[in-house]
Design a protein around this ligand. Structure first.
Ligand code: MCF
Ligand code: FE
Length: 403
């Protein structure tokens, strides 16, 4: 049993409760948050550490990243989604990533206080590194393929990768599915994947409404997607309408990543559907930001992803949170800081169906500790935390100390 004392404990609960000069007691679950004398009295014999002027928060949750694309630095084309996608296809072999590169990008994420990773695994090369990381992992095995003739074959290959990832399943590592996007997965294959997800009660992630090209393609089969897809099929046609694709996920826990070209969130199912925001990626691959005001109005749960180094310059969650804060300039700064910090903790846990992301009795011991806040204006605590943090002083996942 342990008790940690800090200057502030940001719980990320529904009231955004912040405790000052308080302690958190835990063993394999969080036991209580309260003052020092009370907790020492209740939990006699607990190991006590005073962390001074530190801030304790839930460990952060990065719901969307692609470790296997970590080899990119300057190879890919940015500014336009189709140009980027073309450069991904062209650079395929050159972007092949070795373990060392994936390990160092994963380490940079953990160093920033991330305890849970939503990892999109396209090839299964990242499995071992993810499983050995001791982080909490939801491993979204990717499935794609727009050619109907290969649907069975693609599903079989996916199934094999899924089995590989299932071998790592434990209380920290959960296999899941990623349906790549409406422009890249044939309905026959998508239906097989969703049926599989329903049967095994798996979480789904999908890239959705990421670019203007995708919006035009789904609306009337026009725009640059047509010429991109002509690389693979002589006369490509859209496989769905936007609504048709979305409706397949009814009743399934799904993270819809990007949604930059979605403005009507009314059909999102509360408690099941959420939006994953990748602000840096959206800036590099296009020129529109997610409409947070509409999302809030529809009461849709938000979570934050860095995306991969294929469309970001950093997997540090605080670098990402700073970008999110600077992206949404029309909202009041301090309330926006709280909103996005909640998205990076409580929102991530909601999306992934996990019992972390909030510090309260009974929750998992996924905790981050941040130093460097000796004199801090309390009304702007979260804003200052986001602005000034580069790395965590400590990180606990499932009660185990990783940093
Ligand atoms: O989220 C970004 C942009 N949107 C779509 N895909 C990817 C992103 N980062 C990496 N990807 C991967 C995706 O998982 O790129 C490939 C897929 O494997 C594109 S399709 C050949
Ligand atoms: Fe992505």
């Amino acid at each position: 049993m342990q008790i940690l004392k800090a200057k502030f404990i940001i719980t990320c609960d529904e009231n955004f409760t912040i405790h000052k000069n308080a302690c958190i007691a835990f063993d394999d679950k969080i036991l209580s948050i309260g003052d020092e004398s009370e907790l020492k009295q209740r939990f006699k014999g607990a190991n006590f550490s005073d962390l001074g002027n530190c801030i304790i928060t839930p460990a952060l949750i990065n719901t969307h990243t692609h470790l296997e694309f970590s080899a990119n630095k300057t190879q890919l084309i940015y500014g336009d989604f189709i140009a980027w996608l073309g450069s991904i296809v062209e650079n395929g072999a050159k972007l092949a990533c070795d373990d060392e590169i994936m390990q160092s990008s994963l380490n940079s994420m953990l160093a920033s206080g991330v305890g849970t990773i939503g990892a999109i695994s396209s090839f299964g090369k990242d499995l071992k590194i993810l499983a050995n990381s001791q982080a909490r992992v939801v491993c979204f095995n990717e499935i794609l393929g727009s050619n109907e003739a290969y649907a069975e074959q693609n599903f079989k290959a996916f199934n094999e990768r899924f089995l590989q990832s299932s071998r790592y399943q434990n209380e920290r590592f959960a296999p899941a599915i990623s349906l790549h996007a409406p422009y890249s997965i044939h309905p026959k294959l998508a239906k097989m994947a969703i049926k599989f997800a329903k049967a095994k009660n798996l979480i789904i992630s999908t890239h959705f409404m990421e670019s203007l090209h995708e919006q035009r393609w789904l609306k009337n089969g026009s725009g640059k997607f047509r010429s991109h897809l002509k690389r693979f099929t002589p006369d490509p046609k859209p496989l769905y309408t936007k609504e048709g694709y979305f409706s397949m996920f009814s009743g399934v826990r799904t993270l819809f990543t990007h949604c930059v070209y979605e403005s009507d969130f009314s059909a999102f199912e509360s408690g099941l559907h959420s939006v994953t925001h990748c602000a840096s990626s959206n800036r590099l691959l296009g020129k529109r930001a997610l409409n947070l005001a509409k999302l809030k109005k529809a009461n849709v749960s938000l979570n934050i992803g860095t995306d991969g180094l294929s469309s970001n310059i950093s997997l540090n969650m605080f670098d990402e949170l700073r970008n999110v804060l600077f992206t949404h300039q029309t909202s009041e700064l301090n309330s926006m800081a709280k909103f996005i910090f909640l998205a990076a903790t409580k929102g991530g846990a909601q999306a992934l169906g996990l019992e972390n992301g909030v510090l309260k009795a009974g929750k998992l011991v996924d905790i981050a500790v941040f130093a460097g806040f000796d004199e801090i204006e309390e009304s702007a605590l979260v804003t200052q935390l986001i602005l000034h943090t580069k790395r965590a002083l400590r990180l606990y996942v499932g009660g185990q100390r990783l940093i």
